[in-house]
Design a protein around this ligand. Sequence first.
Ligand SMILES: Nc1nc2c(c(=O)[nH]1)N[C@H]1C(S)=C(S)[C@@H](COP(=O)(O)O)O[C@H]1N2
Ligand SMILES: [Mo]
Length: 384
Amino acid sequence: AGAGASADELVPDWSRAQGAPISGYGQPSPFESGVVRRARTKPPFPTAASTGTPHGALFGLITPSGLHFERHHGGVPAIDPDRHRLLVHGLVDNPLVFTMDELVRFPAVSRIHFLECSGNTQGWATPDPKWTVQDTHGLLSCSEWTGVKLSTLLDEVGVRPEATWVIAEGADAAGMTRSLPIGKALDDVIVAYAQNGERLRPEQGYPVRLFIPGYEGNMSVKWLRRLRLDDKPQQGREETSKYTDLMPDGRAREFTFLMEAKSVITSPSGGAAIGAPGFHEIRGVAWSGQGRIARVEVSVDGGASWRDAELAEPVLSKCLARFRLPWRWEGGPAALQSRATDETGYVQPSRDRLIAARGVNSYYHYNAIQTWSVAADGEVRNAA
Ligand SMILES: Nc1nc2c(c(=O)[nH]1)N[C@H]1C(S)=C(S)[C@@H](COP(=O)(O)O)O[C@H]1N2
Ligand SMILES: [Mo]
């Protein structure tokens, strides 16, 4: 009473009747039905498709499993875990076939890491002003991954000294294959069967995938059925025809595994309307395949001046980091940017610097600073 609210606002109908019964598996509120991944299908090939994570509507570090981005070259296979097998062979002393039950019996690790498709952002072309942050940065998600370290399985089979590469192959119709240097394989790679506390979602590689922290998403082979130790890489489709970077001199870089430091403001971002002038918190995420994020700077004047944003704890290695900066919008045009620096000292480049170094023939590995332009009426648009 006296606070200016009616009795119906303070004690609404849902407080006056029993609620819904219990359920076997929880779902988001129907009021959140607009928070979904949107398809990016290329019409003749509906199973060679992707969806993006709606970062503009999310909080914290973990992407809900149902909103993790998808990238499938041949659709999502329906794999019976009891019939699934993982073969580890090639230049090893003792080739082995593992069942899922056997994989789960090994000592497990859980690590929180981002996964980013190297095709994320596609900023080389002229920017589309209609793009939202799901369109520009949606092929990026972050989960807790649980599984057995690849080094544990490699110990079990006994890797021969001449083995320098691990060739990973998926059980999907695409039979997707990638080559991984042995050094990384023995470092922090996980043969993952769980995501955010439950078994992998089918879209993420159920019942088991490779997870390669900090490397381009394509290498984290889903529906993993085979690991072959070799003394050379496969030179397969995904590392020759695709996933190379064409440089200005006409030569192509191959095996550009690492995802370099990158950041994006998720709020306010493309498609939003800021509303009334006054206080707004600028929020976003930053990440680096080389380790921890050390610093994120924010500009509201298109890079003319920068202020340090606050990084939210925890700041983990090869993981999304959240940043925030309080901002007073005076009502005029603004150009919002963020710039990440990682613990190695690597600084996220401007679009001009990236294009000066790499040209415009590339498709993958675009990590330049993102600009959202704010019009005088508060409409926010993609400006590269
Ligand atoms: N077997 C298999 N593994 C795969 C793919 C695929 O189509 N088949 N897509 C790759 C690509 S290009 C990316 S970016 C990531 C996407 O993983 P996600 O769908 O779990 O986000 O998986 C990779 N692993
Ligand atoms: Mo990808």
